[in-house]
Design a protein around this ligand. Sequence first.
Ligand code: ARG
Length: 399
Amino acid sequence: MSETDRVALAFSGGLDTTVCVPLLEEEYDYDEVIGVTVDVGQPESEFEEAEKTAEALDLDHYVVDATEEFAELCFDAVRANASYQGYPLGTALARPVIAQAILDVAEEQDCTGLAHGSTGKGNDQLRFEAVWRDSDLEVIAPVRELGLTREFEQSYAEERDLPIEGGDEGKYSIDTNLWSRSIEGSELEEPGYVPPEDIYEWTSTPTEETLEIEVGFENGYPVSLDGEATSPVELIEELNDLAGDYGVGRSDIMEDRMLGLKVRENYEHPAATVLLNAHAALEDLVLTKEERDFKKHVDHEWSEKGYQGLVNAPLIDALEGFIAETQTRVTGTVTVRLEGGQARPVGRESTYAVYSAEAASFNTEDVTGSIEQGDATGVAKYHGFQERLANRVIDGHDE
Ligand code: ARG
């Protein structure tokens, strides 16, 4: 045991995590709090805010870069066509990465506790703690445990002259990383409320303009844009800019949270939409019907675990065994048209295409050397045989 009891706090510089700093000393008897901000592709302004707030609080502040690791996880999600109720899982996938990075700093700094500023209503508390509770450190969630409200936090911060001008002046709760930007809270909670355009920062209002781009894949991983090889981080950033300009990747959904709450959520995720649509289009070309059908179940299970923040589950490894086997053929290119807020695959090519021009064409006869049109007659006679028989039996009973 160290003489000083030190706690590592997941720190953003927002209101929740700012009030956590004095609370961890006063209510939880820690001698020292360190703040850890993990970079998963938030905008520069968030780091500036965290840095400024940390300085004003005299908080030891650590910034860890996890962008590459996070981008790679997003690409695993692409291979799994991952989406939860229409949400490509940005926040959900980032949490375990953030939690692990904070745990690593905490252990290096001889901390005895870990804290986050999540409330007791959301998913993030569960995702953080799923990772942290695997360690021996004490896990603390001051906002949840002390039952804090935004109003209380606001007046507490004012009383103590805590630096809160930087952030949280907006009325929405926003969580941004490479893969998605979520906008929640205030009137947006009302499912019938139509969001104003100004909630969107990554996506423009769609116009008549269109653009065609070509995404290259190797083994199901996105590897290039318009023929140029790119790293995962670069590709995501580039596509967020490019497709965002065409209004691609907005979703407005009713989301069933892990604790059972049904919540209205708004998201922006241009790159995720382009890459997920393109990837699915390539799978459609190279996988057999049976593989496509079965993979939907695998992808669904992957997405559920992803949403729960349990990407380290043994089930994920097992699912990825199947996914990896199928992705050996998901190599090729997809042309995607950005138009009207959509990213629509309009062309796909692969040397693994399960497609034969000769077999599919209506204009040729017996070109495969093995199948003739006439061979279908027998199949056509049998097709629906059982249904015809069953209907006859049913009719017989009705008479
Ligand atoms: N509902 C989404 C999720 O659970 C987004 C959460 C956003 N988090 C936040 N602290 N604003 O993944």
